[in-house]
Design a protein. Structure first.
Length: 312
């Protein structure tokens, strides 16, 4: 059972139940992991996930203090931790469809039903070393493409991300989660998020315009506006300090517009309709053309100035 190739690999284990935590830690050590940090406190789990360097994280879904799946999602979105691509296994006692879907949607690499044997755990870990699924990026998801099995997603571009567990077990340093490799992978994630957001802006704004005069559909209109605001806020964070920074003025203009029309339950004004058409198109075009290293077809600053004047 013991595999010396895992000796340089480390694991973080979270399980609030002492007997299960002990058994799982022993199982990981028997597999060959050289370091296994086992914690039972949810806050300590968050702290170790935030500050530690691990090749594998195993977290149980049961917790009275918080949501393990939420932590996995935050890791994947790089809200906590140093490596958003760390290999993650979530253990479950309840395999109801809703819980399984939530776990997969968090971005976990695998989920295992409790109780589990050492051989079962070793087989799953081995699978994640030798045949880990590539990652995909959608509007609300970052993680292995296994989510398509449940949600029937249309195929999107896949990306191979750093895999420090595989790098150590197979002695392949090129796969290591170095700062440089993580930065490059995050840049790819960022670019795909920008593309997704700017394309969704076009679709959502068109739908809002179609509903502009239909006050019986005001709830749908408000929901679309709220969704656009959330995407726009995330887009601003992603482009700040990058080569897309000049688009921030357009994002600011869009935010002003969405706040204004979001607070209205009446028909949109002609000026608002025009801006709702122009600004998302301008953002999409600017990001697309810059990504393709082409010259911008318009002066961003001049357009932003004209949009602010029109909306004033």
């Amino acid at each position: 059972m013991y595999d010396r190739r895992y000796q340089s690999a480390s694991a973080l284990l979270y399980d609030p139940q002492s007997s299960m935590r002990y058994n799982t830690r022993i199982a990981l050590l028997n597999i060959g992991f050289g370091q296994v940090e086992a914690v039972n406190d949810y806050s300590e789990f968050i702290d170790r996930a935030e500050t530690g360097h691990f090749d594998l994280i195993v977290g149980d879904s049961r917790s009275d203090s918080g949501d393990t799946r939420g932590i996995v999602r935050k890791i994947r979105h790089h809200d906590i931790g140093r490596n958003p691509f760390v290999t993650v296994i979530v253990t479950l006692w309840d395999t109801s469809p809703e819980l399984v879907h939530q776990t997969i949607d968090s971005g976990a690499d695998d989920l295992i039903l409790r109780p589990m044997s050492t051989s079962n755990l070793k087989d799953r870990v081995s699978g994640l070393v030798h045949s880990r699924k590539p990652f995909i990026v959608t509007g609300d998801y970052i993680g292995p493409e296994r989510r398509q099995i449940v949600r029937g997603l249309t195929r999107v571009s896949e990306m191979i991300v750093p895999n420090s567990l595989q790098a150590k077990v197979e002695n392949r340093p090129e796969l290591e989660a170095t700062p440089q490799n993580i930065k490059a992978a995050l840049q790819a994630v960022n670019d795909r998020k920008i593309t997704i957001y700017t394309e969704k802006f076009l679709r959502s704004s068109s739908r809002i315009l179609a509903l502009a005069s239909d006050l019986t559909q005001i709830d749908e209109r408000q929901e679309l506006i709220k969704e656009m605001q959330q995407m726009n806020n995330d887009l601003e964070k992603r482009i700040e300090g990058t080569e897309f920074s000049h688009v921030l003025s357009l994002c600011g203009a869009l935010d002003d517009l969405l706040v204004r029309i979001g607070g209205s339950a009446s028909d949109l004004k002609e000026q608002e309709k025009e801006l709702l058409l122009q600004i998302p198109f301008a953002i999409h075009k600017a990001c697309k053309e810059l990504r393709q290293s082409a010259d911008l077809a318009f002066d961003i600053q001049d357009l932003s100035s004209r949009l602010k004047t029109a909306s004033g």
